[in-house]
Structure formats: structure tokens, C-alpha cells
Write a protein that binds this ligand. Sequence first.
Ligand code: C2O
Ligand code: CU
Ligand code: CU
Length: 497
Amino acid sequence: MSHLTRRQLLALGLAGAGTAAVGGTGLWWTACRGDTTSGGPSGAGNDLLEPEVLNSRDGVLEMALVAAPARIRIGGQEANVHAFNGTLPGPTMRLRGGDTLRVSMTNGLDAPTNLHVHGLHVSPEGNGDNPFVSIDPGGSFDYEFALPDDHPPGTFWYHPHRHGHVANQLAAGLYGALIIESPDPVPVSRERTLVVSDITLDSAGNPVAASSPEQMLGREGQTVMVNGQVRPRATAAPGAREQWRIVNACPSRYLRLTLDGQTLCLLSRDTGRLPRPVDVTEVTLAPGNRVELLVGARRGTSTLLATPVDRGTMPGMMTGPLAGALTARDEPIELLTLEVTGAPAEELDPVPAGPALRDLRTEPVADRRTLEFAMGMGGARGMRGRTRGPGSMMSFTINDQPFDADRTDITVRAGTVEEWTLINTSPMDHPMHLHVWPMQVLGDEGGSPTWQDVVNIPAFGRVTVRVAFGDIVGRTVYHCHILDHEDLGMMGTILAR
Ligand code: C2O
Ligand code: CU
Ligand code: CU
């Protein structure tokens, strides 16, 4: 446990479950089956809705995606948001390995935008998952994403990635889920896709712009939603096994999730699936992370809670206008009510073991690098990462440099494995995200390898990861997924060739 703090363990989804459970023989699925213990009072709220699902057919999903202002209802209030195809979240895209996704995207906003398919292992070149594309207001762009045949299954998502506008556009409502189906799906009673996001609306229902200090801390919206709803209600039959695909689409908010009274097994984190689900009592998602949970339904009413996560702060920010916002983080937020009632669900087959994961711990390392994430007080070298306004003295850098789209920071050779040490010299956590290639988090956790595409680097902490650069070549980015930090410059470029 030497280098892993509790917070890192939480980030790995290992808290609340002995790591021995990973290798436990069959123990976990006793719990995953749920039971039929007795009742509790009913919850309130509207029935949980899910975004429209667009499925690929004959290997292709071809669709139009419009990013534009939309008027919708959020928690009983009329709201003027920005949305994909008029809904918040946008439609769920559902594909399989080997499929081609064609998205004709139109920018109906008054700022430039673009599209990123977060977590997909696809080409970052040309009209692929290219974060350097910029679509002007009124313009459009035809994307094509070709999934490799052996693309890992899992829950992914899409969102705009135009540098300088990312946090604003997500905070206004632009995101959606993207599912890669497994060739061997786990037997479940039903699946749910739960996109968690946050927004701050004024009394007229307009999104409130983040202040400069809020951007430096990473803005957290006052209203936290599941699929655009405030505390909706879902029902399940006792003994049901549900697969919940949860996306943290908040620009900065971490989600420590619990669902007391129900049995939870972690099936997947970010990408692929764990060979065996792990019993958990809670999971923590940094911004950008996803989990798939198997919920073993037990009679009664449970609430999906997001308990506050201490992700650090900045010196001098515990007083003044933000002090209130920070103390507000102490209240758990009710995301969703699950009522388990009625006739017992049909019994399902046990969850079969999934394929073994690639383990880079035993593979040769071609190169080692250090990436240092820093928040500095301006000065000459921080100049280009400066913000405007009261925050003008704060720079957000990786290896001393703020983002420059024209500079290539890291060049790697396709087909090699690298080891990166991610160091955080600042008093706030930074969830590091690398496009295209997932990272294997090293540690002494033993057991099955941990793969993620967003890895939290705790305040004043460090994490070591290994990355396998396969046959995909091209230039893309890595960055802090506190999207305000990314917009403020905490992003670098990488070229694989
Ligand atoms: Cu979720 Cu660079 O993105
Ligand atoms: Cu991404
Ligand atoms: Cu950050």
C-alpha cells in the first residue's frame, strides 16, 4: 500500500472491497445475485428516463448531430441549455467492435466547437477523433470513426473538445453516452445508462457563467442531474441483476457513489470489463470516468448518493466568495431513488468470467517519462497559460508549459510500451486523461490489471502508469479532465508514429 492513498484506492474502485475479492472464487456472485429481504418506504420523483438510443446497423451508425441552444425542463424549471439534438444528454450511440461511426456535426452555437469520442481507441487523424478540428458557428464537419475489430467493450461518451470552450460547453449541457457492446454480454435483467452531470441556472433558467476563481478551482454546478433529471425514480424487481452504465459528465465534480441497501459489483471501469466483478460498497468517479455496476436488487428503497470528495483547494480560497461553495460540498447529493418491490425477478445464470486483461507489468518498457502537473503563480514561464481577470496570476501547466496546439510535447513510437510517472505539485487533485490509449495504473494492488483512461493524481501525489502504443498513429492530446483546468492550459500534445 506504500504509494496508494485511500483516495487512490477509491479512484481504483477498490475501497470497500477487500482486494482479495478480485481473486475470490465465486464469492462475489453470491452477492451479485441479490436477495429478497423486506421492504421500506417509497421514494418520490419522476420516472427515470433514458436518452434515445441510436444503434449501428450492418456495421455502420450514420447520424447527424447538432449542437445548439435548446429549451428543456430541469427539475420543474424551464431552462435554456445547449444540447445535442435538442436533448440533455444527447442520444446514446451504440456500436460494436469493427463498426464505423459517421457523425455529421453542425455547430448551432455562437462559439467554435468540435466533437471528441472519449475513451475510444480510434485514429486521432484527419476527420477521426481529432481534437484540433474547430467548427465555426454555423459550420459543420463530417467525422468518421473506424473502430478496430477487437475494440474493448464498455461505456464511453462524447463531448465537445474545442480548447478554450470545453468547460463552458459541457456545463451548458453538451454530452452523451457511447456504448460499445460486448460480444459476450453479461446476463442481466436490464441495462440502464446513467449520465451524471451538473449545471448552475439562474432564476430565468439560463446557465450561469463561472467566475475566474470558480474556473481555477474547477466549477461545480449547483444542480446535479441523472439523464437531465433531478432525483428521478427507478423501480426493479427483487433479485434482479441490473447493469448500470454510469458516466461522470460533470466538468469538475468528483462523484463518490453509494447505493445503500443494494448489492454492488464493479464490472467495468472506463474501458473493457474486469475478468471478475469486484464487490464494492462505493465507487469514485473523477470527471470523465465511467463505471459499469451490477446492481443486485434487494427489496426496499435505496438512494444513489454522491458524497462529497475532498479534491483539495487553493491557498487563499477558503475565504471570500467561494468559501460557501466549498462548504456546500459537505452535503451528500441524492441522485436517484431505486424502489425494489413486487414479484421476484427471474433467476439469471451466474456472471461468466471475462477474458484476461493485458498486463503491461510484465512487458518491456521502451521509454520512461515524467509529467509534472503544476499550478503556478504566473511569472515569465506561466505567461501563456494565464487567465484573464482576477485569476490572471494563476498558470496551469504540464512540465512547465501551458497548452500550445502547434508544439508537440511527446513523441512515441507505435508498438512500444512506455512508463509515465504523473506528478502533481499542486494542492488540488488533477484527473489526467490521455486520448486514444488507455493507461494501466501501476501499484501494489496485485490481481488483475487496472486500466483507465482518466487517472486521478492526488494533490501533492504521484501515480505511475504504463501505456501500450499499438498500431494507431497520429497526434492528439492528454490533459486534466477538470475541464476548466484544461481550458486554462493544463494540456499537452502527443504524436505516435
Ligand atoms: Cu473527455 Cu480530452 O476528453
Ligand atoms: Cu477523451
Ligand atoms: Cu486539474
